[in-house]
Structures are given as structure tokens and as C-alpha cells.
Ligand binder design. Structure first.
Ligand SMILES: Nc1ncnc2c1ncn2[C@@H]1O[C@H](COP(=O)(O)OP(=O)(O)OP(=O)(O)O)[C@@H](O)[C@H]1O
Ligand SMILES: [Mg+2]
Length: 444
């Protein structure tokens, strides 16, 4: 089954192709003009192949082809041109069309071209996945508007030297994000130093962060540079910042103000040029209220605040991430033919992932090891995924009113059910009620 986009201003052509492709179980989207097609593509829907008419008002087939080649160069585009306009076909191929079909269309020929295009499309996407896995690029492509906005902000913020505070539940990818911001920034050639404030014992934090001079304390045999100094001209990532002892919060505050500090026991003031990214999975406002975190430090850190959303708020990304982790695990375990059963995909889409991306990654890894044959089956998933109590215990949904729960649930079921009618059936409501609720919650 593939996602096919048919673009043509003639209703009967769209219907003909729609019906034809649907009979092969493909999911067909239709657009009556190039502009509408672009909207669909920009809306985040990924198509495995696009078939487009040549002559259309506003955005014609050739312009559409160019736009797709820039945005998603791996998507094969097939142009349909009127019989006898061979020049068009040549231009199309030169511009990067996968192939062309002449009108009137002959269905066997359409099928042939589509099959070839889908094969190429799937090879290209496998290739891309492998390339990403090999280069270790995190999957920062998302279909969620909410997360897209965060990524855009991160992109913009990356080029500045402003301090960034990353918040979000455990396992949402804050470490991954911090590294990515560094790689997007002009500091990418310089060091990226991670300091995990939770891992350092209290009496060593100062020296770990800012270094010490010989004889500063028992065991300080020589001068030592701290991690902040090591990050000069680069980025220091202060992970789990809520765990920084109060005594050091003031020193960090001063450092954030003017980039200066002294090593432990040292008299000389050192100045460095370091961009700070801090992260916390705790509610820092609450930490302030309880006297564990300095408010002034919080405001200093919180110049640009990015909230990484929990995975349950972007269920539309679960499958892509799962496929990504599967590709990784397959490569490591030499199980190149392994794939998910349809059941497993559905369960993963419905689950709320309290442990977020980290949990998803672990689930996939475990399933790959446990699976027999070429298919990952339901039995290869951990029991905890089937226990609704357990699934929610780690992060009781704080801001979840019943309405919010209903909204989330409807969103998930709509993603999961093959048709609108089946979604209504699963929810135990009429399609009319589902329409109304969908409108009420602005679900697309
Ligand atoms: N966008 C992504 N693409 C691929 N893998 C990701 C992505 N985001 C997170 N991961 C993976 O998920 C796991 C958790 O990510 P990470 O350690 O960044 O979470 P975190 O938010 O820092 O969690 P914590 O608050 O517990 O420190 C890691 O294995 C990471 O590689
Ligand atoms: Mg982390």
C-alpha cells in the first residue's frame, strides 16, 4: 500500500485514477490543481509518488515538479501530457520527472509506470534511512505542527549566542536536541561539552565545572581546567540543571552574566566565550517555589525556552521513529528482512509512551532481539504496553481534563482507523457525532 497523489483539473481523470489505484489498495489523495497539491505536500503528508497533469491554471505540472524536487527530491513525479507534445515530455525528464504518460491514458501502462515509481521510491527511502542511521542524524522531521514550531524556533535560536533552556519529560530527546542546536550553530567546529549536573557529587561540582588550582583542596595535585573552560568558543550543555547545588547556582549566574569565573582556589579571573544550553525534565518553577532553585538563575537561563513535546502529543510521528529504530536495530543485529506486523504498528500508534522516545527505542530493540522469523509480532512487545494502569503511572497526565483526553483519543483513533466510518465505530459513536467532535477540537 502506498500514498499516491493525483493532480489533475479534470474530475474524470482524477476519479478514474483514484478508483484504479484504490483497487490496488493504495491510498489516493487528489488535488484539482497544482496549488492545492502544494498545500497537501506542505501540510506534511508524505507521498510515495505523484502523478500530475501538465497543463493547469496557476501552478502547472512543471512548476509543481520543480517544487517537489526542491522539497522532497526523493519523491518520483510522473507527468501526464497530451498526446503528441513530445517537447513537453523532454522538458519534464530534464527537470527530473521520473517518467511521463501520454493522454489518453492507458491503464496497463499507468500501472507499469506506477509500479516502477513505487519501487524506486521505496529504495530511495530505504537508502535515506540507512544514510541517516550511518551518519547518526537524529530524526528531526515531524508531521506534528507543534513540534515543527519548536524545531523552527531551535533553528532560529541556534545561530545566536543566547542561552537556551530545554524542558520536557524524560526521554523526549532533550540531549539530542542540544547537540543538534550546536551542530546548527556557527560554533559547530568547536567543542560541545556535556555536563550532567546529576552525576557529579556535590563537593566536586565546582571543580568539575570551573576547574581548580594546585593545592585548592586535598587531592588537587595540579592545576586543572574545568568543563566550562574546555567548551571555550563552543557550547556547554548543562544537563539536569535542577540538580545543580544551590551554592553553585550563584557562581553559574555570575558566569552567565559576564562569561567570567575563577577556578576553585584560584585568584585569577578567567574569561571564556561559551554558549550555554541547559536542560531539565523537572518543573523549575516548582523547584523555585520549594527553594531548591534560584529564581534569578532561572530567568537568566530562560532567555529562549524550548519545550520538547512528549511523544503522546505527536502520535503522527510514532511510526516514522519506530521504522527508524528498526532500521538501526536490523543493521546491528543483521536481520535485514525484519518488519513490523500490521498489529504491532497499530498498537504502537495507540499507546501513550510514558517513557517517550527512549521507551520506543527500547521497545523496538527488545522486539528485534525477541522476534522469530521476519515479522515482529504482538507477542514481541512488552506486557507493560498492554496494561493501561502501568502505561500511565509514570507520568500522570497533569493538564488532562476529560475534554483533553477525549481530544487526544479521537486524534489517535482517527490516525489508526483505515476509514472515518471505522473510526466512529471504534469510538462507539455515530459518524455525525465524530464530525462534530472533530470540528470542536479542530482535528484535521
Ligand atoms: N529525534 C530523534 N531521533 C532519533 N532518536 C531520538 C530522537 N530524540 C530522541 N531520540 C533517542 O531517544 C532517547 C532519549 O533521548 P534523550 O536522551 O535526548 O532524552 P532526554 O529528553 O534528554 O531525557 P532525560 O530527561 O531523561 O535526560 C535517546 O536514545 C535518543 O537517541
Ligand atoms: Mg537527557
Amino acid at each position: 500500500m502506498a500514498n499516491v497523489l493525483v493532480v489533475d483539473d479534470e474530475d474524470n481523470i482524477r476519479e478514474l485514477l483514484g478508483r484504479f489505484f484504490a483497487s490496488y489498495n493504495h491510498e489516493v489523495s487528489q488535488a484539482a490543481n497544482g496549488a492545492r497539491a502544494l498545500e497537501l505536500i506542505k501540510g506534511g503528508k508524505a507521498f510515495d509518488v505523484v502523478l500530475t497533469d501538465w497543463r493547469m491554471d496557476e501552478v502547472d505540472g512543471l512548476e509543481l515538479l520543480k517544487a517537489i524536487k526542491t522539497d522532497s527530491p526523493d519523491t518520483p513525479v510522473v507527468l501526464m501530457t497530451a498526446y503528441g507534445t513530445i517537447d513537453n515530455a523532454v522538458t519534464a525528464m530534464k527537470t527530473g520527472a521520473f517518467d511521463y504518460l501520454t493522454k489518453p491514458l492507458k491503464l496497463p501502462q499507468v500501472q507499469l509506470v506506477l509500479d516502477r515509481a513505487l519501487e524506486v521510491s521505496s529504495l530511495r527511502s530505504q537508502n535515506r534511512a540507512l544514510r541517516d542511521v550511518i551518519s547518526g542524524t537524529p530524526l528531526l522531521v515531524t508531521k506534528s505542527r507543534k513540534f515543527q514550531a519548536v524545531i523552527e524556533d531551535a533553528h532560529l535560536a541556534a545561530s545566536s549566542d543566547s542561552t537556551i533552556l530545554l524542558t520536557g519529560e524524560s526521554g523526549t530527546g532533550k540531549n539530542v536536541f542540544a547537540r543538534q542546536i550546536h551542530d546548527w550553530s556557527n560554533r559547530r567546529q568547536n567543542p560541545f561539552v556535556t555536563i550532567n549536573c546529576a552525576n557529579i557529587s556535590e563537593h566536586l561540582v565546582d571543580s568539575e565545572l570551573f576547574g581548580h588550582v594546585q593545592g585548592a583542596f586535598t587531592g588537587a595535585a595540579k592545576n586543572k581546567r574545568g568543563r566550562v573552560e574546555a567548551a571555550d568558543r563552543g557550547t556547554a550543555f548543562l544537563d539536569e540543571i535542577s540538580e545543580l547545588p544551590v551554592s553553585l547556582q550563584i557562581k553559574l549566574l555570575r558566569f552567565l552574566q559576564d562569561g567570567r569565573f575563577e577556578r576553585v582556589g584560584g585568584l585569577q579571573t578567567i574569561q571564556v566565550d561559551v554558549r550555554i544550553i541547559a536542560a531539565s525534565n523537572r518543573d523549575l518553577i516548582k523547584e523555585i517555589a520549594e527553594g531548591r532553585f534560584r529564581a534569578d538563575l532561572y530567568y537568566r537561563l530562560n532567555v529562549i525556552s524550548l519545550r520538547v513535546p512528549p511523544l503522546r502529543d505527536r502520535p503522527e510521528d510514532v511510526v516514522a521513529l519506530a521504522e527508524r529504530f528498526l532500521t538501526e536495530a536490523k543493521t546491528r543485529n543483521r536481520r535485514s528482512r525484519l518488519r513490523y506486523s500490521q498489529d504491532v504498528i497499530r498498537i504502537m500508534m495507540m499507546y501513550t509512551w510514558p517513557g517517550n522516545i527512549r521507551e520506543l527505542r527500547n521497545v523496538v530493540e527488545r522486539a528485534v532481539v525477541l522476534s522469530r522469523g521476519d515479522t515482529i509480532a504482538k507477542e514481541d512487545l512488552p506486557d507493560s504496553m498492554f496494561d493501561p494502569e502501568l502505561a500511565n503511572s509514570e507520568h500522570p497526565p497533569v493538564d488532562y481534563s476529560l475534554d483533553k483526553m477525549e481530544e487526544e483519543h479521537i486524534k489517535r483513533v482517527l490516525l489508526y482507523a483505515p476509514t472515518f466510518e471505522e473510526a466512529a465505530q471504534m469510538l462507539g459513536i455515530t459518524t455525525a457525532t465524530l464530525w462534530r467532535k472533530r470540528k470542536l477540537y479542530h482535528i484535521e
